[in-house]
Write a protein that binds this ligand. Structure first.
Ligand code: NAP
Length: 254
């Protein structure tokens, strides 16, 4: 093997949620490119089988399931083989000013972005699917939104704040098994989710927002590279942390 072995994912197997598109799909590709194997999960089975075709059946498999339902979570936790960790990249984004928010809107976003993350991890831990004392690593894809107070982002920001806070608690609880938990908090990344937001906002607003990123908007690869680092033994002394990836958006101010 060439290169620094600490960064290799050779002989490791990870579960990736949100594997059908965007950041989750790119993380699947990067894990396999780093020598690891993945089981990807999402609702769109056609996209998951394309992903397996692309990455090869020896490296990738999939479980088609809806994380918003208890049956979906049971199916994933029951079917996945033992793992060296996972990436929770499934998520949805909804924008709404406070005055229009109803319980149903809160439940929809919290359900997939937060409740399902907690319930899936609880099941995997109960079923002892995450290897103990073996440098296992859990990566939660949160958002830099949870560090700031963007107007109309309450539904999404609240769910990601809950995720980041929970990550620290879970990191503490799993540390005795040497299972690490870290979050990645990206700014705007060019994916279907970002395009949906761009459809709602005027192109002028999007252009103005892009100007605020000294290094421009991110790509899924930018997030995937950080995820590979956090999954690998190169980050073996790091747990309970949040890694901000925002091209300098919120720290480098004029
Ligand atoms: N793009 C950004 O600017 C940005 C910035 C910060 C953080 N993030 C976070 O990064 C993560 C990935 O986002 P993305 O930009 O890659 O968006 P995306 O392309 O829309 O991907 C979202 C993924 O979540 C899955 N998903 C949604 N609802 C699900 C459900 N009920 N059950 C199972 N899977 C479900 C989708 O799969 P199916 O539809 O096939 O089920 C899809 O694979 C999200 O958590 C997002 O909040 C994104």
């Amino acid at each position: 093997m060439t290169g620094n072995p600490f960064f290799s994912l050779q002989d490791k197997h990870f579960l990736v949620t949100g594997a059908s598109s965007g950041i989750g799909l790119c993380i699947c590709r990067s894990i396999v490119a780093s020598g690891g194997k993945i089981t990807g999960t999402a609702r769109r089975g056609n996209l998951l089988s394309e992903m397996v075709r692309e990455l090869g059946e020896n490296n990738a498999s999939f479980i088609e399931a809806d994380l918003a339902l208890d049956e979906g979570i049971d199916k994933i936790a029951g079917e996945v083989e033992d793992i060296d960790g996972l990436v929770y990249a499934a998520g949805i984004s909804k924008m709404s000013p406070l005055k229009f928010i109803k319980r149903q809107n809160l439940e929809e976003v919290m359900n997939i972005n937060y409740f399902s993350m907690v319930l899936l991890l609880a099941q995997l831990v109960r079923q002892k699917k995450i290897k103990k004392n073996n440098h296992s690593s859990i990566v939660l894809i949160s958002s830099v939104a949870q560090q700031v107070g963007t107007k109309s982002s309450l539904l999404y920001t609240g769910s990601k704040g809950a995720m980041s806070a929970a990550g620290r608690v879970i990191a503490n609880e799993l540390s005795s098994q040497k299972i690490r938990v870290n979050t990645i908090e990206p700014g705007m990344v060019q994916t279907a989710m970002a395009s949906e937001m761009e459809d709602v906002l005027s192109s002028e607003t999007v252009e103005k927002d892009k100007q605020k990123y000294p290094l421009g908007y991110g790509t899924p690869e930018d997030v995937a590279n950080a995820a590979v680092f956090l999954l690998s033994d190169a980050s073996r002394w790091m747990t309970g942390q949040s890694l901000t990836l925002d091209g300098g958006r919120y720290k480098l101010l004029d």
